[in-house]
Write a protein of this length. Structure first.
Length: 443
């Protein structure tokens, strides 16, 4: 998805809405170090992070050069160069069922200063990002949310969950198959060259994962600040298959009190094959001198309990609605993924913002490939006999899109309506995903 991030102006409706409140909505020139540094300061403040050190600031400046960055400014503030609200965004791929990818618009760094609440700033920012997504030709917009009550009003819905997985070392007796390859420690810098390709292959396996940007890999490997205490505590292991080809890697650290067993903790595991996934999990759960292993942002449907003699050694907690999806172009979005059963379904979408509403005919063949077309009322009426259909809001469409939420669950909640009998049953079968959607990073 190639797109000029600076190729169009800031959204005119956001400009007007915020100007009426004495505020300036501005597209930040990321080549302007002073302006972008002030934006970073506001972003860190908004998430209650410490003020950035120079090495962190330099890292952020490099990352933001690849994004579209907006700020809201109040000229009456003591320092009007620091924005009172921030948002950044960029085009990227989102993995969908069938091993495919769809063009998406990632939204991040959404903050509003507590000095400027309830002035319509967040609404202006979020609606503007929907227009930015449309301008970029994205099929959908997406974000990860720290709070669950903010983004539904803009059409976003949770589409992929994540959880913390803890394994009790005392009970972790492996009964799964032995991997044909081997796991070995590697230097973080040495794996950086092959990390993007491995990450791409790993991402493609799971709906809900998004493309990894270069700065993210530098961060998880500790290469952006290699002498920091956190970076020096990280260890990197790589799995090579029986032919010696790298198929995955994980980054972990052991945290512990002096002379006490610690906890092996990881938040990045990229596995391009099932063998790699099993081998890396086995290595992580069989550590010595630890009480257990903790995996952050893991799937709610890990195979791990089936690889251990005692499945109760695995505890799943902190299950969260991690990836939120907002459909922008229903035809492009629905066409991008594959489906689990053939069928024909008319989908009526309501969108109060006026972006993705309409009637759409989804026709899936025996191989799971879809043809999608927008239809009007006359077309729908002409083909109504024997055709199943559902009516839902854009939020509900986003929720079921990756297969993580069954349409029948939303129907039981009164949020999906059948327009003909047994339509929800067909929708359940069509939208099902062989692999549970999952996003293993924040963005």
């Amino acid at each position: 998805m190639s797109f000029d991030l600076q190729g169009f102006p800031a959204d005119s409706e956001a400009l007007a809405a915020l100007a009426a409140r004495g505020l300036d909505y501005r597209l930040v020139d990321t080549t302007d170090v002073a302006a972008t540094s002030a934006w970073v300061e506001a972003d860190h403040r908004g998430f209650h992070h410490s003020r950035p050190r120079q090495i962190d600031l330099d890292f952020d400046l490099g990352m933001l050069a690849e994004r579209r960055v907006h700020g809201v400014y109040d000229p009456t503030m003591a320092d009007p160069s620091v924005p009172v609200a921030t948002v950044s965004s960029w085009p990227t791929g989102l993995s969908v069922p069938g091993g495919r990818s769809v063009d998406a618009w990632a939204v991040s760094s959404v903050t509003v200063s507590p000095t400027h609440r309830r002035r319509g700033i967040a609404r202006a920012l979020m609606l503007a990002e929907l227009q930015n997504a449309r301008a970029a030709g994205a099929a959908l917009a997406m974000l990860t949310a720290t709070e669950a009550t903010i983004y539904g009003r803009y059409g976003y819905a949770p589409a992929a969950r994540a959880a913390t997985v803890f394994v009790d070392r005392r009970r972790a007796h492996w009964v799964g198959p032995d991997a044909p390859g081997r796991v070995q420690f590697v230097d973080a810098a040495s794996i950086r060259e092959i990390a993007p390709a491995l990450a791409r292959r790993a991402v493609a396996r799971t709906p809900g994962e998004i493309d990894r940007w270069p700065a993210l890999l530098d961060h998880v490997l500790g290469l952006h600040d290699p002498e920091s205490e956190r970076s020096r505590a990280r260890r990197v292991v790589r799995y090579d298959d029986e032919r010696g080809n790298p198929q995955g890697f994980a980054v972990f650290r052991v945290t512990r009190e002096p002379n006490e067993p610690g906890v092996a903790e990881f938040d990045f595991l990229a596995a391009a094959t099932d063998d790699a996934e099993r081998a890396l999990w086995r290595f992580l759960v069989e550590q010595d001198f630890v009480s257990g292993t903790r995996g952050l942002l893991r799937s709610v449907d890990e195979p791990l309990p089936w690889l251990l003699e005692d499945p109760r050694a695995v505890t799943v907690s902190n299950v969260v609605d991690h990836l939120w999806v907002r459909v922008i172009d229903p035809v492009a979005a629905l066409s991008a993924r594959s489906y689990s059963t053939p069928g024909r379904l008319v989908i009526e979408v309501d969108d109060t913002v006026g972006i993705a509403g309409g009637r759409f005919e989804l026709v899936v063949d025996e191989r799971g490939r879809a043809e999608v077309a927008a239809i009007d009322r006359a077309d729908a009426a002409a083909s109504a006999t024997g055709v199943r259909g559902i009516r839902l809001g854009v939020r509900e469409l986003g929720a079921i899109y990756l297969g993580g939420v069954h349409p029948s669950v939303l129907a039981r909640a009164g949020r999906i309506e059948e327009t003909s009998p047994r339509s929800v049953e067909l929708a359940d079968a069509m939208f099902a995903s062989q692999r549970t959607p999952h996003l293993s990073i924040w963005f």
